[in-house]
Design a binder for this molecule. Structure first.
Ligand SMILES: [Zn+2]
Length: 198
């Protein structure tokens, strides 16, 4: 499948089809991303690392329904995504570029940026991706390459969102109207929670 990079400056989380991304708090920012990840494979047919086309009435209707269920607690992100199970079945290839061969454990949120030393924060990666990513979280790494976060493979993005959700829950900031205070509600900032002082 041809991968067409989406240039970073064109991307906005403030306006979206059906108003899904008019998030009012941290948890909505995270759960709307979860909903899109689910819809990418369930509706838009994402099966590889190429991003899904996030358009069309069916896509956004499904995404909005999943988002509402996630917000209502009817559907838990961990039950839906099962990333650690995916990690086992995807164990033979790099979580980022898909190359097979010698793989290393890679911290999704780097330890240098406060990422925990747990399986929830680990994927297998090739040496080249691991080196290039360095001490960046996936969103900042893709941004540096002018790639929209929807290019981040589902396993890595799902695990990042789960980690970030749990850290905001621990801090009591899921209902915050801005994160960090004064910075609005941008996914990139919300996902930098581990490096943001409490
Ligand atoms: Zn790789």
């Amino acid at each position: 499948m041809l991968q067409v990079p989406v240039r970073w400056p064109n991307f906005s989380y403030s306006v979206d089809a059906m108003g899904l991304n008019k998030s009012t708090c941290v948890s909505e920012v995270i759960l709307s991303e979860y909903a899109k990840l689910i819809a990418d494979s369930a509706v838009a047919g994402r099966i590889d690392r190429a991003p899904a086309a996030r358009d069309g009435h069916r896509y956004w209707t499904f995404t909005t329904r999943v988002f509402r269920k996630l917000c209502a607690g009817d559907m838990s992100p961990s039950a839906v995504l099962r990333e650690n199970k995916m990690l086992l079945t995807a164990a033979q290839e790099c979580a980022y570029c898909g190359v097979q061969g010698a793989l290393q454990w890679e911290h999704i949120v780097p330890k240098a940026r406060g990422g925990p030393e747990t399986i929830d924060n680990l994927v297998l990666s090739c040496a080249a991706c691991n080196l290039q990513k360095g001490a960046l979280n996936p969103i900042d790494w893709y941004r540096r390459r002018d790639l929209h976060p929807k290019h981040i493979p589902r396993l890595a993005m799902g695990k990042l969102l789960k980690l970030v959700l749990e850290e905001h829950r621990r801090r009591g900031t899921l209902g915050a109207a801005e994160f960090p205070p004064g910075a609005g509600l941008r996914l990139s900032e919300v996902c930098r929670v581990f490096e943001t002082p409490e």
